[in-house]
Design a protein around this ligand. Structure first.
Ligand SMILES: Nc1ncnc2c1ncn2[C@@H]1O[C@H](COP(=O)(O)OP(=O)(O)OP(=O)(O)O)[C@@H](O)[C@H]1O
Length: 246
């Protein structure tokens, strides 16, 4: 399989606004690809389209050679696409362990191995010892780790991260960035990453797909993206990119 994900002419309109406009790109297995763009560029809408949360108006999405347009979110998770959210969405009133086990319910695997696997993932994201902790008392940084563990529990081949560094301090960002790098290296998982903290973003990703007003304006390696005239214009015209370390 040459590409794990193929997006062709994907378009989503909300009334008169085209949030994602004729976007086409491919992702190879094991790549870590950044999705860049100022506020409102269409990044989260793109994730919502890839995960079946909303249907596209036009275009197609092929995942591991299979057309997934129109499939319900739980079917897409089962096929191997998992995501985290911009705002953490842990199940409150449940422990860390229970939260991760919920993720594993996405796959029709026998229940016996679920707890052991959940404990492994909790350790993998650096939360060992916190299995029984209530999620509402966790730090924001730990909640981000939990989100990643829960997403991994669904057994993804493609992981979509939506602003994992939002709201974190510099130390937490560096730690989480190292965690993402390690998980990517250890598992060979394909990763898409939306992030406004460009300093860490550019270090993490191998390639960047840049959006502006729903249109794809560039698809290139980080070094060329930061010098790309349309990317610079998109940011200078709107929000200056946050290229400093947080
Ligand atoms: N359900 C919706 N109904 C109407 N408009 C929407 C809806 N969802 C998104 N939009 C609009 O679509 C555009 C793209 O939004 P989107 O959230 O995808 O941008 P984004 O790049 O993720 O921005 P941010 O970086 O601020 O999260 C915005 O103008 C937004 O207001």
């Amino acid at each position: 399989m040459s590409n794990i994900l193929e997006v062709e002419h994907l378009t989503k309109r909300f009334g008169g606004l085209t949030a994602v406009s004729d976007v086409s790109f491919t992702v190879r297995p094991g790549e870590i690809v950044g999705i860049l763009g100022p506020n409102g560029a269409g990044k989260t809408t793109l994730y919502n389209l890839l995960t079946g949360f909303i249907p596209p108006d036009e275009g197609r999405v092929s995942f591991m050679g299979r057309e997934i347009r129109g499939l319900a979110p739980h079917r897409i998770v089962r096929l191997g696409i998992s995501r985290t959210f911009q705002l953490c969405r842990p199940f409150v009133g449940m422990s860390v362990l229970e939260n991760v086990k919920v993720g594993s319910l996405a796959q029709p695997s026998p229940p016996q191995g679920r707890e052991a696997r959940a404990r492994e993932l909790i350790a993998q994201v650096g939360l060992a010892g916190k299995e029984d902790m209530a999620v509402e008392v966790m730090s924001y940084g730990d909640q981000r780790r939990l989100e990643i563990a829960r997403a991994l529990a669904t057994g993804p081949k493609l992981l979509l991260l939506d602003e994992p560094f939002a709201g974190l301090g510099a130390g937490e960002i560096a730690d989480l960035s190292a965690l993402i790098t390690r998980i990517h290296a250890e598992t060979g998982l394909t990763v898409l990453l939306i992030e406004h903290k460009l300093h860490e973003f550019m270090k993490l990703v191998e390639r960047v797909i840049a959006l502006d007003f729903g249109e794809m304006i560039a698809d290139d390696v980080p070094d060329r993206i930061v010098a790309h005239p349309r990317v610079i214009e998109a940011y200078i015209g709107g929000n200056a990119p946050d290229t400093e370390a947080a």
